[in-house]
Write a protein that binds this ligand. Structure first.
Ligand SMILES: Nc1ncnc2c1ncn2[C@@H]1O[C@H](COP(=O)(O)OP(=O)(O)OP(=O)(O)O)[C@@H](O)[C@H]1O
Ligand SMILES: [Mg+2]
Length: 367
């Protein structure tokens, strides 16, 4: 198996002996190389069965799985599994082996020499953020989050192009979970694996998946799409329900301020005649205006505080200032929390770029 691998499922079906209906039913899926595909759906919808068919822990009843265009049943099982790291639920670490020995499991099976294994274990420990001192400990002496990191390091040991993860964060609390999710995204930037991740949690799927696959009971595919597309256009009632009532807010969290066009807003420069400010307020139908000096936005003031020329004496700071990389959700939160009902957009170097109102956000969501 090469450095990167794409997976394709065609009409993949599993019917367990004695059961009335399939656990996975004619599943067609494309998983591009180097992407995270998140499989999500209600309990019993066939997520784990799908994952285990990929590394042939379960044999399909019918249908095909191809990795880089090659049917997986053409490969010897040991060769297939060497190319697929597997992180199982509750980590499944060997309790009587040290953390280092756990991480080195696959290289040892492959017959690497000791110093090469040691170097690889050190490298992986650093990659997943384990202190070197932890490598000599036993899994029982690690926190849940640390054990999770060991599970990932072990799965990556032989540098497989594919990583399967079955509910990797279900056993840790929400704070650790969020941190591990961020670490996975960070790790993926560096390792670029094809990751198939199973979860119950639609928010986790949206956060981690380049592509989210929603399955229904009986292993039926409801929709497979990038998260923003899924949230914008759920293909069925089931998908819409599954995404939740705050689907719009979830989508706002995926869009960024630089994807919308901010308005210039009611503004005047220090030194401008008061009429300039009055005209700006009239044009925008508001009683306040932003006070700029060159490319800097100093703050805002009430029109009733104007006399003669615009000065910075009665200026109040804007409460909500966002940067282009911030999410529209952050901008919206800023808008509803500010007395002017706008969020100011500034470049990273503090230059004024414009103002966002609810109108611009709605416009951006329609685009
Ligand atoms: N070995 C088995 N023999 C018979 N039926 C099985 C077997 N393993 C799983 N099933 C059934 O197949 C269906 C899919 O199971 P699977 O474990 O793939 O679901 P899942 O989506 O991973 O669920 P969960 O979210 O609860 O982990 C379920 O109805 C389950 O009862
Ligand atoms: Mg499962």
């Amino acid at each position: 198996m090469s450095g990167q691998a794409a997976i394709r499922l065609a009409a993949l079906t599993k019917q367990y002996p004695g059961s009335e209906r399939p656990a996975v039913d004619h599943l067609d899926l494309e998983m591009p190389a180097g992407e995270i595909v998140a499989l999500v759906g209600p309990s019993g919808c066939g997520k784990t069965t799908t994952l285990k068919m990929l590394n042939r822990l379960i044999e399909p009843t019918s249908g095909t799985i191809e990795i880089d265009g090659r049917p997986v049943d053409e490969l010897p099982v040991h060769e297939l599994r060497r190319g697929i790291g597997y992180v199982i639920q509750h980590t499944g670490l060997f309790p009587h082996k040290t953390v280092g020995a756990n991480i080195g499991t696959v290289p040892r099976l492959l017959g690497w020499d000791k110093s090469r294994i040691r170097d690889r274990v050190d490298e992986l420990g650093a990659l997943v953020g384990l202190e070197p001192a932890m490598l000599g400990r036993y899994p029982g002496a690690l926190s849940g989050g640390q054990q999770q990191r060991v599970g990932v390091a072990r799965a990556l040991a032989a540098d497989p192009p594919i990583l399967l993860m079955d509910e990797p964060y279900s056993a840790v609390d929400p704070i650790v979970r969020a941190r591990l999710q961020d670490e996975l995204l960070d790790l993926q930037e560096r390792v670029q694996k094809t990751i198939v991740l199973v979860t119950h949690d639609v928010d986790e799927a949206i956060k981690l998946g380049d592509r989210v696959v929603i399955l229904n009971v009986g292993g039926r595919l409801e929709q497979a799409a990038p998260p923003a597309e899924l949230l914008a256009e759920p293909a069925s009632e089931f998908v819409a329900d599954f995404l939740g009532e705050d689907r719009g807010l979830k989508r706002l969290a995926l869009l960024t301020v630089d994807e919308i066009v901010p308005g210039n807003g009611p503004i005047a420069e220090v030194g401008d005649d008061a009429d300039v400010a009055r005209a700006a307020m009239a044009e925008h139908h508001v009683e306040w205006f932003g006070v700029c000096r060159g490319q800097r936005m100093l703050g805002w003031m009430w029109g009733s505080d104007l006399n003669g020329t615009v000065t910075d004496s009665a200026v109040r700071p804007f409460r909500s200032i966002v940067q282009p990389a911030d999410t529209l959700r952050t901008a919206l939160d800023g808008i509803v929390n500010s007395s002017t009902n706008v969020a100011i957009v500034q470049d990273d170097d503090g230059r004024y770029r414009g103002m966002v109102r609810i109108e611009e956000i709605s416009e951006g969501m329609r685009a």
